[in-house]
Design a protein around this ligand. Structure first.
Ligand code: ADP
Ligand code: ASP
Ligand code: MG
Length: 472
């Protein structure tokens, strides 16, 4: 019997109508004779509300976090009342939700008393979103005579203790999924598992980073040997660009793991950047589909990069980034400066989005998110203090009002003229390119532009993804 893993995002479980859609989708797949593993996000907006509740609790605003708890209670209870009928199923789920929300208020009150939130307690609080939604989705399924049961992912998905951005312990997670989850499927039960969260070996809740439910879906798909991973969301598939930036965006019928990895890393919110990792080597295909338009086939993501007759396949962008430039005449021929700079940046907890160096070795630059850039600069200045004092390194400069735009398409590899078309387009649109980098996979080119030029840059490059113009 084949197994499918289906992950439903925040909007897909964000209203009674949406959850009814989820129940139908899963019901139809069960009727076809498959086993289905369901992974759910929190209802849309709930993770943000929980993060606010932690902040308010730490700031001593008791009223604010209690009011958040009440809003969550009202919203979740209303959905339960609309999706179930009076009886044991409804009473049980109302009690479960009440228990979780009372724990939420207790944890917030602990934060309130301490006056600060540790990363550990923040994760325990943020985890309530998925814990609540999974209970409700499972109850709605039971109401539709599907034998469903909610599970906290931490029973299976074991991680390290980097709260807020935890990394799975692959061996232990695989063992637990095979030994403890697969028998659940064999019993004919549909597990409804919390996305986004895991647990340390001693059972502390951890989270996988914002948007991490996609990643959870891929982990469960990988170790259950699923035939396919389906990411159900609120758009018809992976599109040529963010539809909120350009309404002309089109759904790509297929795209490769590598291409989608680049898109996600460079800002396409539709998938968490780590999603492809667990399924890539296993060759498990993934589909992105629309819960609100289930007859659409969506985007198939697999090993093969289908050639398209457009210059590029898709365009993405990342806002709120800074360009850090390290420069100095004394850097020429001095080995190790770049390495030490990147190490210092990592110590500051900053991920590097792109790196670029001109051949002269007099300077190199890289991009990090704005919220960590000042700390990164401080760490780099400490690391290079001697070189700065000797004037081998002149300065560490920051440009904070910039964005990264990335064009993606496997057709770029070995096709002369793509970069030319891209840069001519930018030139024709008066976009000044501040820095450029080509991804090692050779299926993407990223550049830094002034944030004021972001929209113009995306729109003009998106034209290239829409036009079927052969590369000369
Ligand atoms: P979910 O809650 O289902 O995980 P997200 O909000 O995280 O959904 O991601 C889906 C959203 O990603 C879409 O509504 C769309 O606005 C946005 N998005 C950004 N770039 C793209 C893209 N290239 N293709 C499709 N959607 C995109
Ligand atoms: N609920 C989490 C978030 O909003 C995870 C997810 O939806 O993927 O970030
Ligand atoms: Mg998402």
């Amino acid at each position: 019997m084949k197994t499918l893993t289906m992950k439903f995002g925040g909007t897909s479980v964000g209203s009674p109508e949406a959850i009814s859609g989820v129940v139908n989708i899963v019901g139809e797949e069960l009727a076809r004779g498959s086993h289905v593993i369901v992974v759910v996000s929190a209802m849309s907006g709930v993770t943000d509300q929980l993060i606010t509740s932690v902040r308010e609790a730490a700031a001593g605003n008791r009223w604010a976090y209690l009011s958040c708890s009440q809003k969550l209670r009202d919203r979740h209870n209303e959905v339960i009342h609309l999706l179930t009928v009076p009886g044991k199923n409804r009473t049980d789920v109302l009690n479960e939700v009440e228990l979780l929300l009372s724990q939420h208020a207790e944890l917030c009150s602990a934060v309130n008393i301490l006056g600060e939130a540790t990363a550990r307690i923040s994760d325990a609080i943020v985890a309530f979103g998925e814990r609540l939604s999974s209970r409700i989705v499972a109850a709605a399924m039971r109401h539709a005579r599907i034998n469903a049961r909610a599970f906290d992912a931490g029973q299976f998905l074991v991680t390290d203790d980097r709260f807020g951005n935890a990394t799975p312990n692959w061996e232990e997670t695989e063992r637990r999924i095979r030994e403890n989850l697969l028998p659940v499927l064999e019993q004919g039960i549909v597990p409804v598992i919390t996305g986004f969260i895991g647990a340390t070996p001693d059972g502390q809740f951890t989270t996988l980073g914002r948007g991490g439910s996609d990643y959870s879906g891929a982990i469960f798909a990988a170790y259950s040997d699923s035939e396919e991973l389906i990411i159900w969301t609120d758009v018809d598939g992976v599109m040529t660009t963010d539809p909120r930036i350009d309404r002309r965006a089109r759904v790509l019928p297929s795209i490769s793991y590598t291409e989608v990895g680049e898109l996600a890393f460079y800002g396409a919110k539709v998938l968490h950047p780590k999603t492809v990792q667990p399924i890539l080597n296993r060759g498990i295909p993934m589909r992105v589909r629309n819960t609100f338009n289930p007859s659409h086939p969506g985007t198939l993501i697999s090993q093969v990069a289908e050639p398209t007759d457009t210059v590029i396949k898709a365009v993405t962008s990342v806002r709120n980034v800074s360009l850090v430039t390290v420069s100095g005449k004394g850097m020429i021929g001095v080995p190790g400066i770049a390495g030490r700079t990147f190490l210092a940046t990592a110590k500051a907890g900053a991920n590097i989005l792109m790196i670029s160096q001109a051949s002269s070795e007099q300077s190199f630059c890289f991009v990090v998110l704005n919220d960590v850039v000042n700390e990164a600069k401080q760490y780099i200045e400490e690391e290079l203090a001697k070189e700065i004092a000797r004037r081998d390194v002149d300065s560490i400069d920051l440009m904070t009002k910039v964005s990264v735009v990335t064009v993606v398409g496997a057709g770029m590899r070995g096709t002369p003229g793509v970069a030319g078309r891209v840069f001519t387009t930018l030139g024709n649109n008066n976009v000044n390119v501040i820095a450029i980098a080509q991804g090692a996979s050779e299926c993407s080119i990223s550049f830094v532009v002034d944030e004021l030029h972001l929209e113009r840059t995306v729109l003009s490059l998106h034209d290239l993804a829409l036009e079927a113009v052969p590369v000369a």
